[in-house]
Design a protein around this ligand. Sequence first.
Ligand code: TXA
Ligand code: MG
Length: 317
Amino acid sequence: MSQTETLTPDDAGIARAAALLRAGKLVSFPTETVYGLGADATNASAVARIFKAKGRPRFNPLIVHLPNLAAVHAVAVLAGEALRLAQAFWPGPLTLVLPLRDGSGLSPLVSAGLPTVAVRVPDHPLARRLLAKAGRPVAAPSANPSGRISPITAAHVLAGLGGKISAVVDGGPCVVGVESTIVGFDPAPVLLRPGGLPTEALEACLGGPLARAAPDSAINAPGQLASHYAPKAAIRMNAENIGPGERLLGFGPVQGAALNLSPSGDLVEAAANLFGHLHALDAGGDAPIAVSPIPDHGLGLAINDRLRRAAAPRGTL
Ligand code: TXA
Ligand code: MG
């Protein structure tokens, strides 16, 4: 990637941003909370590039941004109290973690292989126009390098990610300035992350106090917990050969792999394939899985982090 385009907040800028997203490129755009780093959520390689651009050492699940309720229904199951909150607060700074709908078309990397997906309808005219024009669900974490402060202007985005993403739509400063409030369902509503929508507003809508997730609970920290998605089969990492009865999940030009994350040794492609291949191997039986060595740099860090968690003994997590 060479230079990051700065796009104007008009029809021409939105059209360009939508075309880039549809082509699998990374585009930062303003929401009412913070600037997001968007990618087509149905394109696994595009989603993998988000993690690469941010330098995220781990595949945390991402929030999928949609233009309206109908688009949410296409990717997630929205009913009961979740639907009530959605009707009350969308568009707005609220994210709901919902059951993933079968056939959603979302890349499993978006939800880090979980059976749930975080969705929100942002309340920013540019974001909504862009989402409508792109015609795709857009995965978007905050548009900052991992571990740095979230950006609330296009200049912040360029300072952190200039040269690493295709474009930023300059829509001026974000009005809310902190990330969305996240609510999950256990099945009762649970506050997962305080944010731009005050808890009191949620409680008023629900007619009672909102539970807080325990800091180390599975629902609160899906990206941190190892075996939130671990296959049934045992996993052996850094496998230079295939042991008796093992199935090889290859990387690079190896022989005899049941599946290969990237025959050419491309870490972006490997990240894009990781969860899909693990699901496929899981569906194919419980013979142990040997995984070729994955280099510990770039997206390899996140891939190895996830594999280590998947390989860790069950019940120790
Ligand atoms: O305001 C915001 O929410 C911004 C703007 C760009 O929309 N986005 C944002 O995304 O803050 P991000 O990637 O920083 O936050 C994603 C968080 C994860 O760290 C995780 O806590 C939660 O959302 N999350 C996502 N999917 C989840 C899931 N399936 N289960 C539980 N939590 C999930
Ligand atoms: Mg963030």
